[in-house]
Design a protein around this ligand. Structure first.
Ligand SMILES: NC(=O)C1=CN([C@@H]2O[C@H](COP(=O)(O)OP(=O)(O)OC[C@H]3O[C@@H](n4cnc5c(N)ncnc54)[C@H](OP(=O)(O)O)[C@@H]3O)[C@@H](O)[C@H]2O)C=CC1
Ligand SMILES: CC(=O)[C@@H](O)[C@H](O)COP(=O)(O)O
Ligand SMILES: [Mn+2]
Length: 385
C-alpha cells in the first residue's frame, strides 16, 4: 500500500486513540497525524504532540487550552471545547477521521467531517446509536464511507467483503459476557467498580468495560450493526463466546457462515479501517495458534440475565429517539457507577426508568436528538441526586 493517508484523530489519549497512534507510528510512510483531540489528559497529549507534530490539537477546557498554548511547538495550533472537536474533525489537510472519542459528544464532529467529505473510521459507537439515521443518511448524501473499527463490526465488514448484502441471512455478534459472566443476578448485588473493570479478554477504557459487564456494550453494538449494515434487528443475533477469538460472523442464505478470527488486539481492526481495501503486516507479532486454545465455547444468550440486551433490542426496534435515551441514560449512569455513587444493578434500573418515561419521536431531527439527549441526562442526574 503506497498511498499516504492524512489522519484526524478524536480521542488520541484513550484506549483506541493510543492504539491508533501505535499503527501510525509503525507506518510513517503510510500515515500522518494532521490533527487530534484530547479530553483532560494534557500530560499524555503533550507527549503525543511532540512525537507526531500535528498541525491542530483540541482540548476539552479553556483552562487546559491556556496551559497548553505555551507548551506546544509553534507549528501546532491549539483549540478547545465542542468547536475544537469540529475543527479537528474537519481540518482541510486530512482524508480520514478516526473517531475514538467517548460518548455522544462524537456526533457533531462526525457529521461535520462527513459534510467535509472525510472517510470516517468509526470506533465511537454512541454516535451511531444516538443518531444512526442522521449519520448514515448524511454519509450516503456526501458519498462518504463509514468504516467500522469496533472489533465485531470490523469482523462483519471483513466477512461481507465481496458478498452481496441481499444474500445475508443473519449477522451473529459474539459477546465475551464481560467481567460478571459467571455470576447469577443475585451475585451482582454489591459488586465493586474494581471487579467490574476486570474484563476477561480486552484491555479497554473504563466506560466500555462497564458496558461489557452490563452487556449494554453488546446492545449498543446490535444497534450499531443495524445502522452500519442495514440488516433488520430480527436478523441480528448475539452468541456468548467467552474466548473473544471469533469476533463475529455472517450467515448467508445458503447456510454458509463466514467468521473472522484473531487475537483480542484492537490494533488489528484499527489498522484494517485505515488500510482498507488493502492490508499491511500487523503491528503485533502475536499470531493466533488455535491448537494452543484447543476449544472455543458458545452459549445461548439469556435476556433475563442480561437485561440491557433486551432494553437495546427494544429501543432499536422502536427506533426514533428511543436509542438516544438508551445511550444517554447509560452514559450518565455508568459515569455515576464509576464514581462510586450508584450500584452496579442500579445502572440497569436508571436506564429502564428513562426508557419507560420517554415518549418517542419517530423521525427526530438533529436538534430533537440533542434535546432528548440533554433531557435524559438531566433526568438521570435529578433522579440520582
Ligand atoms: N477500547 C476499546 O477497545 C474499544 C472502544 N470502542 C469505542 O471507542 C470509543 C472510545 O473508547 P475507549 O478508547 O475505550 O475510551 P477511553 O475512555 O479510553 O478514551 C476516550 C477518549 O475520549 C476523550 N474524551 C472523553 N470524553 C470527552 C469529552 N467530553 N470531550 C472530549 N474528549 C473526551 C478522552 O480524553 P482524556 O482521556 O484525555 O480525558 C480519551 O481521549 C468508545 O465509543 C468505545 O465504545 C469500540 C471498540 C473497542
Ligand atoms: C474490543 C471490542 O470491540 C469491544 O467492544 C469488545 O467486544 C468488548 O467485549 P464484550 O462486549 O464482548 O465483552
Ligand atoms: Mn466491540
Amino acid at each position: 500500500m503506497r498511498v499516504l493517508k492524512h489522519i484526524s484523530l478524536l480521542g488520541s489519549t484513550g484506549s483506541i486513540g493510543t492504539q491508533t497512534l501505535d499503527v501510525i507510528r509503525a507506518y510513517p510512510n503510510q500515515f500522518t497525524l494532521q490533527s487530534m483531540s484530547v479530553g483532560k489528559n494534557t500530560d499524555l497529549a503533550l507527549k503525543q504532540i511532540h512525537e507526531f507534530l500535528p498541525k491542530l490539537v483540541s482540548v476539552q477546557s479553556k483552562e487546559d487550552y491556556d496551559k497548553l498554548i505555551h507548551e506546544v511547538p509553534s507549528t501546532t495550533k491549539v483549540v478547545y471545547g465542542a468547536e475544537g472537536l469540529i475543527e479537528v474533525a474537519t481540518v482541510q489537510e486530512s482524508d480520514v477521521l478516526v473517531n475514538a472519542v467517548l460518548g455522544s459528544v462524537g456526533l457533531a464532529p462526525t457529521l461535520a467531517a462527513i459534510q467535509a467529505g472525510k472517510t470516517i473510521a468509526i470506533a465511537n459507537k454512541e454516535t451511531l446509536v444516538t443518531a444512526g439515521h442522521i449519520v448514515t443518511e448524511e454519509a450516503k448524501r456526501h458519498h462518504v464511507s463509514l468504516i467500522p473499527v469496533d472489533s465485531e463490526h470490523s469482523a462483519i465488514f471483513q466477512a461481507l467483503n465481496g458478498e452481496q448484502i441481499k444474500e445475508v441471512d443473519r449477522l451473529i455478534l459474539t459477546a465475551s459476557g464481560g467481567s460478571f459472566r459467571d455470576r447469577s443476578r443475585d451475585q451482582l448485588e454489591g459488586v465493586t467498580v474494581r471487579e467490574a473493570l476486570n474484563h476477561p479478554n480486552w484491555s479497554m477504557g473504563a466506560k466500555i468495560t462497564i458496558d461489557s459487564a452490563t452487556m449494554m456494550n453488546k446492545g449498543l453494538e446490535v444497534i450499531e450493526a443495524y445502522w452500519l449494515f442495514g440488516i433488520p434487528y430480527e436478523k441480528i443475533d448475539v452468541v456468548l463466546h467467552k474466548e473473544s477469538i471469533i469476533h463475529s460472523m455472517v450467515e448467508y442464505i445458503d447456510g454458509s457462515v463466514i467468521a473472522q478470527l484473531g487475537t483480542p488486539d484492537m490494533r488489528g481492526p484499527i489498522q484494517y479501517a485505515l488500510t482498507y481495501p488493502n492490508r499491511l503486516p500487523a503491528v503485533s507479532k502475536e499470531r493466533l495458534h488455535l491448537w494452543e486454545l484447543g476449544t472455543l465455547n458458545f452459549t445461548k444468550l439469556d435476556m433475563d440475565r442480561f437485561r440491557c440486551m433486551k432494553f437495546a433490542y427494544d429501543a432499536g426496534k422502536t427506533g426514533g429517539t428511543m436509542p438516544t435515551v438508551l445511550n444517554a441514560a447509560n452514559e450518565v449512569a455508568v459515569a455515576y457507577f464509576l464514581e462510586g455513587k450508584l450500584s452496579f444493578l442500579e445502572i440497569e434500573h436508571m436506564i429502564e426508568q428513562a426508557l419507560e418515561g420517554h415518549t418517542v419521536l419517530k423521525q427526530p431531527t438533529l436538534e430533537e436528538i440533542m434535546a432528548v439527549d440533554a433531557e435524559t441526562r438531566a433526568f438521570i442526574h435529578s433522579t440520582i441526586k
